[in-house]
Design a protein around this ligand. Structure first.
Ligand SMILES: NC(=O)c1ccc[n+]([C@@H]2O[C@H](COP(=O)([O-])OP(=O)(O)OC[C@H]3O[C@@H](n4cnc5c(N)ncnc54)[C@H](O)[C@@H]3O)[C@@H](O)[C@H]2O)c1
Length: 431
């Protein structure tokens, strides 16, 4: 089995590390965050992700997995090196590759002879070529192997992928990487580095487009008296469309879609092939976030601003993460809606099953440890994340503790009848 190093132990790197150890490889994974590395070596998982604790424990016990806080220590004994560092959005909308470039510069002389550097980070088309010149070592191959896991089901997705995409200069290199995944039963698609890099952006931009589309359709349904739940069901019956990513919501977010759509749009512009569709997809998303915040304020009705720009309005929020099943709040639509509400001068109190204390990104929000506390005294309750846990909550009790039992269900999580029977005045999205 191959000797593997993993650089960066976040959602992607940690998943790669534990899964590769699970598949029988020897893995040394590195992160510059020393606290994180210490936690991982103790068997503690730094994020909420199904089965991660189980596979971490398995890897550590088997002796096939260990963590170090210096990437230089990780790479010297490995042949395959998975680069899993962040590639966030730069100020101009492009992908910021500085962390990846810094890691490559730092490690270039230390990679053993004939190593294979595998980019798992999402990177613009042409990055593999740039990394080759940065490395300036002809013995090292650079392979593009984009990651398609979804947070919340990361382990499931990594071990049971729809496909694996491998971009390389030559077939033997692609095959050597494909062999690392030999235990997995899925198609392996080999292509050039540039095509592999483009697949990842194409996939994320397409999914974001689908969501922006269904959110726009939901807005139309609201205006013409149709129900998006029925419309989506009817559309999904067409195999060419499919049923996934057809649920309307408060807008899409997370650590990938916003930055990746923006980076693709930037890349298109820079390459002289501007893609106005991508900008429309981004604009539609901002508009949806505005729309949900407006719906909450309109449900309360007109209120006056005081001398400090505040309103005597309390909004209860259920859900802070960018989707259910994860503790990740990066670019969460819930937080984006909350920022809009705070700017309107209301008080926000919130509950989420994965958040136990105040949030740096919205310190004004009072985070509660129970859903009834978030609803207590509120003039409207806004449901922003589709946690199943919320459907277990007693709606009668929730309505009773509110100042006014109004609900804006931005995930269409509840049945209108159930909410109305509990005494709520109810509005979903697109219904
Ligand atoms: N999160 C996802 O769902 C997902 C899915 C597919 C692809 N991706 C892509 O994968 C990449 C990583 O994303 P993520 O969500 O895992 O990021 P993350 O922020 O969760 O984790 C990145 C980790 O890298 C560490 N790091 C930063 N610089 C480092 C360095 N020089 N050496 C070692 N460690 C370093 C950080 O401390 C952090 O722990 C990004 O390009 C992202 O777009 C993410």
């Amino acid at each position: 089995m191959g000797e593997i190093s993993v650089v960066g132990c976040g959602y992607v790197g940690l998943t790669v590390a534990v899964c590769m150890a699970h598949l029988g490889h020897n893995v040394v994974a590195a992160d510059v965050d020393r606290e994180r590395v210490e936690m991982l070596n103790r068997g503690q998982v730094p994020m909420f992700e199904a089965r991660l604790d189980e596979l971490l424990d398995e890897g550590l016990r088997s002796g096939r997995l260990r963590f170090v806080d210096d990437p230089q220590l990780a790479v010297t004994s490995a042949r395959f090196h998975f680069m899993c560092v962040p590639t966030p959005q730069d100020v101009d909308g492009s992908a910021d590759l500085s962390r990846l470039e810094a890691a490559i510069d730092d490690l270039a002389d230390l990679f053993p002879l004939r190593s294979v550097v595998i980019t798992k980070s999402t990177v613009p088309v042409g990055t593999a070529d740039q990394l080759r010149s940065r490395l300036s070592r002809t013995d090292i191959a650079v392979v593009s192997c984009p990651e398609f896991l979804r947070e919340g089901t990361a382990i499931h997705d990594f071990l049971g992928p729809d496909r694996i995409v491998i971009g390389a200069l030559d077939d033997p290199t692609a095959q050597s990487v494909a062999e690392l995944f030999a235990e997995l039963d899925c198609p392996i698609l080999t292509m050039t580095n540039r095509s592999a890099e483009a697949v990842k952006y194409g996939a994320n931009a397409f999914l974001a487009t689908k969501l922006s589309f269904i959110n726009s359709m939901a807005r139309i349904c609201e205006s013409v008296g149709a129900d998006i739940q029925d419309v989506a069901r009817g559309m999904a019956g067409d195999e060419r469309i499919g049923g996934k990513f057809l649920a309307p919501g408060p807008g899409w977010g997370g650590s990938c879609f916003p930055k990746d759509v923006s980076a693709l749009s930037h890349l298109a512009q820079a390459a002289g092939s501007p893609a106005p569709l991508l900008n429309a997809v981004l604009d539609a998303n901002h508009s949806q976030l505005d729309h949900i915040a407006s719906k909450a304020l309109q449900a309360v009705g007109p209120t006056a601003l005081d001398a400090h720009g505040q309103r005597d309005v309390v909004v209860g929020v259920w859900g802070l993460t960018f989707k259910a099943g994860t503790s990740d709040r990066r670019d969460s639509p819930a937080i984006a809606v909350i920022h809009r509400l705070l700017r309107a001068g209301v008080t926000v109190q919130a509950f989420d099953p994965t958040v136990s204390c105040g949030m740096d990104e919205a310190p004004e929000v009072r985070v509660t440890s129970d859903p009834y506390e978030a609803a207590a005294g509120a003039d409207v309750l806004v449901v922003l994340t589709e946690w199943d846990d919320f459907t277990e909550i007693d709606l009668d009790k929730t309505a009773e503790v509110m100042n006014q039992p109004r609900m804006i269900d931005a995930r269409n999580l509840f049945a209108r009848d159930d909410a109305e029977t509990a005494g709520f005045s109810y509005a979903g999205v697109g219904r």
